[in-house]
Write a protein that binds this ligand. Structure first.
Ligand SMILES: [Zn+2]
Length: 288
């Protein structure tokens, strides 16, 4: 890209079974200026798997290790984030699993994800966290415990952990408690919006803001602390549900042309901070 504006999408998905797939997504994103994709596994049932014990997540993780490789072969840097989403716990409970049983499956699935990081097959954990819809307090407690475990595993491995939270200060306070206990420093608050962005930044977390003009303008005070994400689902049945990764560059160019954002701000959000977060060097300007 001649103006040097390369794009990191810190949190997005791909559906290798029912979607566009890794190759098509990667080449389209790369052609739009994309250099780095934080690839997070989808839910087990999104790729037609059924899990009943921690070991069953092996199949899900293997699919994503393969997807990350395919995306890299298109010339993209990929940081692979593995772990069960809190909705997996809710689904297990709905299927009749007890609280303890569900906790075992979720904790074991994070241990397994950590073993992928140790073997160099993945680069982060998540998305862990709390349902953003109303659930029984016992379920919330379970989700907190799983999140705390994911945070401490990520701290030990010194890799980022992506957290999916309900949009309240209380959720961030819970995260801060776990983060302090584990001495965790790479906490990504996924889908951070509005007031949560500043609160998270002040606590030393990395707010990942949806890459939309309105969302970005509403948090301009925090442009020196944020990264952005598409949270692309790669679900052909819900094309408009999220931001497309290949639209991010256009969004930033628009903000820069309108004089709303400086190129320096954009480079911080799209290149420097993601590079530091994932420990991946950006391609040199003018290079491939
Ligand atoms: Zn997501």
């Amino acid at each position: 890209m001649r103006d040097g504006l390369l794009v990191a999408d810190v949190h997005g998905h791909v559906n290798p079974v029912n979607g566009l797939g890794p190759k098509a997504l990667a080449s389209r994103f790369r052609d739009s200026g994309g250099w780095l994709y934080g690839l997070v596994n989808l839910l087990s049932w999104s790729v037609d798997l059924r899990v009943g014990e921690a070991g069953d997540f092996e199949a899900l993780y293997r699919i994503y290790v393969g997807a990350a490789e395919e995306m890299r072969s298109e010339g993209l840097r990929v940081s692979l984030i593995l772990g069960p989403h809190p909705a997996e716990a809710v689904r297990l409970l709905e299927r009749g699993f007890g609280i303890e049983e569900t906790l075992d499956v979720m904790m074991g699935a994070y241990e397994l994800a950590a073993s992928y990081v140790r073997r160099g097959l993945a680069q982060g954990l998540g998305e862990a966290g709390r349902p953003h819809w109303r659930v029984d307090p016992k379920v919330m407690e379970l989700c907190n415990e799983v999140m705390g475990h994911a945070i401490s595993l990520a701290a030990d491995l010194d890799v980022p952990v992506h957290l999916h939270l309900d949009p309240f200060e209380e959720a961030l306070m819970v995260v801060r408690r776990y983060a302090r206990r584990a001495d965790a420093s790479k906490i990504v608050i996924h889908h951070a919006r509005g007031r949560i962005v500043g609160l998270a930044a002040r606590m030393g977390f990395t707010p990942s803001v949806p890459a939309k003009i309105s969302e970005l303008l509403s948090v301009r005070r925090w442009w020196g602390s944020i990264v952005v994400e598409s949270d692309f689902l790669d679900d052909p049945r819900r094309p408009g549900a999220v931001v497309a990764p290949w639209s991010i560059r256009r969004t930033f160019l628009r903000l820069i042309r309108r004089g709303e954002m400086s190129l320096e701000n954009a480079l911080g959000i799209l290149v420097e901070r993601p590079s530091r977060l994932y420990g991946i060097e950006p391609p040199s300007p003018g290079g491939p």
